[in-house]
Design a protein around this ligand. Structure first.
Ligand code: BES
Ligand code: ZN
Ligand code: ZN
Length: 499
């Protein structure tokens, strides 16, 4: 599916989209429709239950002579509430309405929707963005549905005066969109397709955008003493990789220190010897969600040429049980020198991140580090599927993240850290153990990560276990891999870290 920006014209054959906020009055763009069609739409509105609620729509069949094969009236709710996010939701509803009415081409009449906070062009760009975000499909393994796909929506045309301004505003959003799709693809691919080496192969496309890749193999990681990451990897036939993606977009004269993003990239998490129950284990193909977001974010930043120095690091491993797997009770030594007693091999994300975080700080000297990980089931118990858990040593960074979450609809909820949780991870024979019991499971996990963060670094950890995969669709996110985090962190960079 693609979006097109064009000046208004009613010559083309297809489904036309107009708007209403109260279910009686149509947006002024509708005035361009021929009188007969307009009458039909008006009487349909008068007789229907539809009140113009946001996210709802009415499908109206048109008289035979009309150029419009169908009219869809989309509800936009309260006009004064339309901001970027609301515009995106409207775009999502438009996609939903057009595709469920089996339209091939949609024409959105956007002129003169009055009474909003944002300009018409910005509104249009964000409607287009939302429409595209919702259009994501992953059907490469469906071999029997070719005919159905052929019937599906091909294009949506945004029609407004001065369409070129809207097209210009859409351009950076399209870069972010591509980043989100890149993430969703990585997350949705099964684990026989995406494993450390093949994940790395997917990252090669970033080079075309000007991102530099740096790769550590097993031997190099061994030399650096990354015993925690390697301990997780040692049960799998798939060899681990640690990959850094560098985007140097800041003007040369400015501060060179980057902001760093670090992702948990467990390409499949069986639990290892502390094996998980089989029900739902297939979900653990997306235990590389954090790494997927880091890759998609770097894609977005590079594609829109963000004026920032950013580095993305992903720790890629597969957690398998086998005769070479690590055992409960093993003690591993991290690159930092600290030792960890592995009580439960299923608490592997923190082991991978311990070394990935340490290496990132040593190697790139970042001022800020944000890690993302599908780290704990406990964060789903705490927050469900709507917010990511956010842990930070820096309240200012926390506020910035919260605000970026509100703007993008990818919300983060500030969770506590504190020394009093540390006794839960005391080990009898090592510096710490890797689990702290059931209570406050997400917090003790974050406390462990914090032990691998230098005090002078602004750090935030996002536990995205609940938001990486959607069980049902929402306005701009179809069921499945969400890409949660790409829009959030892109916004954070845009608002606070570009020079
Ligand atoms: N990958 C899981 C966490 C997870 C659970 C992600 C559900 C997405 C959905 C993680 O590696 C894990 O297994 N964590 C354990 C930790 C426990 C053993 C302390 C958990 O949450 O049960
Ligand atoms: Zn696990
Ligand atoms: Zn895991």
């Amino acid at each position: 599916m693609r979006v097109i920006f064009s000046d208004p014209s009613l010559k083309r054959l297809g489904t036309y989209v107009v708007f209403t906020s109260d279910g009686k009055k149509l947006s002024s763009g509708a005035a361009d429709l021929d009188p007969e069609t307009l009458d039909v739409v008006k009487s349909a509105l008068n007789t229907s239950q539809f009140k113009g609620e946001k996210g709802k729509y009415l499908e109206v069949f048109t008289p035979p002579k009309s150029r419009a094969e169908k009219i869809i009236v989309v509800g936009i709710g309260k006009l004064q509430n339309i901001d970027e996010l609301a515009a995106q939701s409207i775009g999502g509803s438009i996609f939903q309405a057009l595709s469920s009415s089996s339209s091939r081409a949609g024409y959105v009449l956007l002129d003169e929707i009055k009474g909003r906070k944002i300009s018409n062009s910005k509104l249009t760009a964000h409607i287009a963005y939302g429409c595209m975000l919702r259009s994501y499909r992953f059907d490469k393994y469906k071999t029997q549905e070719k005919r159905e796909v052929k019937k599906s929506l091909v294009s949506v045309t945004m029609m407004l005066k001065d369409s070129s301004t809207a097209r210009g505003l859409f351009s950076p959003l399209k870069s972010v969109l591509e980043g989100v799709f890149f993430t969703r693809d990585l997350v949705t691919e099964p684990a026989n397709v995406i494993f450390p080496i093949s994940f790395l192969a997917r990252l090669q496309v970033l080079k075309k955008l000007g991102v530099k890749l740096e790769v550590l193999d097993e031997k190099q990681m061994k030399k650096l003493g990354m015993g925690a990451l390697l301990g997780v990897a040692q049960g799998s036939a798939h060899k681990p990789r640690l990959v850094a993606m560098r985007w140097d977009g800041a003007p040369k004269s400015k501060d060179k220190r980057p902001i760093a993003f670090v992702g948990k990239g467990v390409t499949f998490d069986t639990g290892g010897i502390s094996i998980k129950p089989s029900g739902g284990m297939e979900d653990m193909k997306w235990d590389m969600g954090g790494a997927g977001v880091v890759a998609g974010l770097l894609y977005a930043l590079a594609a829109r040429k963000a004026k920032v120095n950013a580095v993305g690091v992903v720790g890629l491993v597969e957690n398998m049980p086998s005769s070479t797997a690590q055992r409960p009770g093993d003690v591993v030594k991290t690159m930092s020198g600290k030792t960890i007693e592995v009580i439960n091999t299923d608490a592997e994300g923190r082991l991978v991140l311990a070394d990935a975080l340490w290496w990132t700080q040593k190697k790139f000297k970042p001022h800020t580090v944000i890690d993302l990980a599908t780290l704990t089931g406990a964060i789903i118990v705490a927050l469900g599927y709507h917010y990511a858990g956010m842990f930070t040593n820096n309240d200012q960074l926390g506020k910035k993240l919260s605000l970026a979450g509100e703007i993008t609809g990818e919300g983060v909820w500030h969770m506590p850290l504190g020394d009093s949780y540390d006794k839960q991870v005391r080990s009898q024979i090592a510096d710490m153990k890797n689990v702290g019991g059931r209570d406050a499971g997400s917090i003790t996990a974050a406390q462990i990560l914090q032990r691998f963060i230098n005090k002078d670094i602004a750090w935030a950890h996002l536990d995205i276990a609940g938001v990486t995969w959607a069980q049902s669709a929402s306005a701009t996110v179809p069921k499945g891999g969400t890409g949660f985090g790409v829009r959030l962190l892109n916004k954070l960079v845009e608002e606070h870290f570009e020079q």
